[in-house]
Ligand binder design. Structure first.
Ligand code: SF4
Length: 335
């Protein structure tokens, strides 16, 4: 029985680990030179501020078993249905035959340049949530002039819940990420004003609501219900935003040192291509499972399983749990 897992993110690693513990030999393909690229530059994870580096270390440890063969820097670029199983082609042109394939190809962050009006890539003071995460991780939170920011504005739902980009869905993790990052900023720079502009805040997980309240009561983060329609640069390297406060019904302008765009999650290129080739491409290019309630890791194709953020936006802990579910679904199909 040959099992291939495509993608060494949290769900792919967890699936590989569970299968390996059950005595199955697994080949784990990853297009990047090392696993867990989307977590590696994160600082702390919500809701408990666990160090991302520790989670990465623990997940990497799960790969240290002879039952898992890692093929890093080796993306799967094509897959075809064979009579019994799947034929996979990797980025080096090699072919692999596998009875079972678990797709764990993950997501890609929304490219903020597509929202031209927000000035990302034009003004140095406009950064993405991923860049803010790196600033926090490496303790270098500065504006475009290399100075400590006096004011930071977060903008929610960039590339999600948005007619213009065609992404109508919610990316699920960016609300709580903004709350977490806002707290991180205030811990390090208590005198910096921090604002979060939101449509509505989605604190869906355990302890998220408490984190949101804490950010206001203990750290003085200010929340404004409204959308920023435009950002432009000022002569001194700052950013001016035009917005509407939808609670007050008032247009407003504000100048900030940093505008942080909370970018959403989209299906990665690998997810789109492979889901299409395998005939399981769903809405927005994400992979489609057979049933969200009772078959969320199963697909309409025999021997093909899906897990993690290749199906929809997902938090890291949800992705890990989903990887475990996919492994159990694989075992169930074999027995
Ligand atoms: S999680 Fe929050 S910021 Fe992200 S898309 Fe949903 S509502 Fe918008």
């Amino acid at each position: 029985m040959t099992i291939s897992i495509i993608g060494a993110g949290p769900s792919g690693i967890e699936a590989a680990s569970v299968l390996a513990k059950q005595g199955m030999a697994v080949t784990l393909f990853e297009k990047d030179p090392s696993p867990l690229k989307n977590i590696a530059d994160k600082a702390f994870l919500f809701p408990n501020f666990a160090a991302a580096s520790e989670i990465v270390e623990q997940l990497n440890k799960k790969l240290m078993t002879p039952n898992i063969t890692q093929r890093l820097d080796c993306g799967i670029t094509g897959m075809e249905r064979e009579e019994h199983g799947w034929k996979l082609t990797d980025s080096k042109g090699e072919t692999h035959y596998s009875d079972i394939v678990v797709m764990a190809t993950g997501y890609t962050p929304f490219d903020a340049r597509r929202k031209e009006e927000l000035g990302y890539g034009i003004y140095g003071g406009v950064v993405t949530s991923l860049e803010m995460e790196k600033m926090i991780r490496y303790d270098k939170i500065v504006n475009s002039m290399g100075e400590t920011p006096k004011r930071v504005v977060f903008l929610q739902c960039v590339g999600s819940r948005d007619e213009k980009t065609g992404n109508h869905y919610c990316s699920k993790v960016c609300c709580v990420t903004a709350v977490k990052q806002a707290i991180e900023l205030k811990k390090r720079m208590p005198d910096t004003e921090v604002y979060v502009f939101y449509m509505d805040l989605r604190m869906w997980g355990q302890h998220f609501e408490e984190l949101y309240r804490e950010s206001q009561q203990d750290y003085g983060v200010r929340y404004v219900r409204g959308r920023i329609s435009e950002a432009s640069g000022t002569f001194d390297g700052r950013v001016q935003v035009k917005a509407e406060d939808t609670l007050m019904g008032l247009p407003l302008k504000m100048t900030t040192d940093l505008l942080v765009l909370m970018v959403g999650m989209e299906a990665s290129e690998g997810t789109r291509c492979l889901a299409k080739e395998a005939g399981i491409c769903g809405e927005y290019g994400f992979a489609q499972s057979v049933d969200p309630h009772l078959g969320d890791c199963l697909t309409a194709e025999n021997g093909l399983f899906v897990c993690g953020a290749c199906k929809r936006p997902m938090s890291i802990n949800d992705a890990v749990n989903d990887g475990r579910s996919a492994a159990l679904a694989v075992l169930d199909s074999i027995n």
